[in-house]
Design a binder for this molecule. Sequence first.
Ligand SMILES: Cc1ncc(COP(=O)(O)O)c(C=O)c1O
Length: 412
Amino acid sequence: MSDGVDHSPHTAHRKHFLSDRVEHFTESVIRDMTRQAMLHGAVNLAQGFPDFPAPAEIKQAAQQAVAADLNQYAITWGAKNLRNAIARQMGVWQGIEVDPEKEITVCCGSTEAMISTLLAVCNPGDEVVIFEPFYENYGPDSVLSGAKPKFVKLRPPQTENGTWTFDENELRRAFDKHTKAIILNTPNNPTGKVFTREELELIRDLCLEFDVLAITDEIYEHILYDGAKHIAMVSLDGMRERTVTINGMSKTYSVTGWRVGWAVAAEKITNAIRKVHDFLTVGAPAPLQEAGAAALNLPAEYYAQLAGRYRERRDHLMPALTAAGFRCFRPQGAYYVMTDISAFAFDDEVAFARHLVAEIGIACVPGSSFYRHARDGARQVRFAFCKTPKTLDEAARRLEKLRGRVRLRTPG
Ligand SMILES: Cc1ncc(COP(=O)(O)O)c(C=O)c1O
């Protein structure tokens, strides 16, 4: 048995078995909160996975694919049926013509699509621009790919119905000769922001000026509220050859455990992504890719219904949070609500989240996990509302206890 300390005279320089790389990030806070929720029997509003059934048609398609023995490796960059369906939908939704043979790589979730893309395009010393608060994978993804993340702040809205905004000059200052890519997530997790055409054009202009690639995570593209419209960066003039569009089945079809996602990019970039992907995972689950092709063939009503149901869930949870003392930032898309917890007398949001999970029985995500500096998220926590009305009712019932158990700061 090794004690992890090197005793060999040949390798005395080695302090331990671990790479330096893994010292630069921690385990996922979001996934840790799910484990805590299980430990305390809490309602899990931390991790973004639905607690309701996936559409019957696509489960049937998966069953049929397994029964038909589509159980061996698919083509490494994706089953033909699924790539064809993705290309067709890119045409319908984004108005973009995509070659399914040369421009699509199917991966194990959009998570793998993102890291494969970064590994395929980044060299040590390259910089990647990321808006913060950010989906927590992007930081470690940049570190693993050898790139340095450069953060640009999204500022919370001042009014109840306002949106998160960024400072144009701050964004410009983040771009220089070392900038290789910008990661853009719209609709956004955790803020619920949907980037407007004007904002995307501004980012596009910087990408063109500084010769930068846009890597866009559009996994919530169909989850939109209050008339918000999703605009794909790739559809903007000048961006066809310099955008990697990442998407997947997890959120649109409520199958986060299937692990099917994809990256769409120009042929040269796709070739590089495919190489990384092949040696990382070989391929995504073959029968579930076939079911993916069936999913992408669902009628337009499916998507309208999906968004409508999420709006109801948002409008179910937000009043309960507001009544309990949270200040909610109303999302325009995705299925999270970021909140401000300044009204509660807690030193920071980690202590607050611990209290909430252990004493009130609700798991949320502490804001610090979405920021580079913990202090920037110290007054925020995020709730996921991709849950059944029954789960949300139970959360609302438990939130009522919060007022009795937590001393509200008196104003002034
Ligand atoms: C913005 C964002 N991107 C990617 C993912 C993960 O997607 P997948 O399940 O396709 O790996 C999530 C999951 O919460 C997410 O919020």
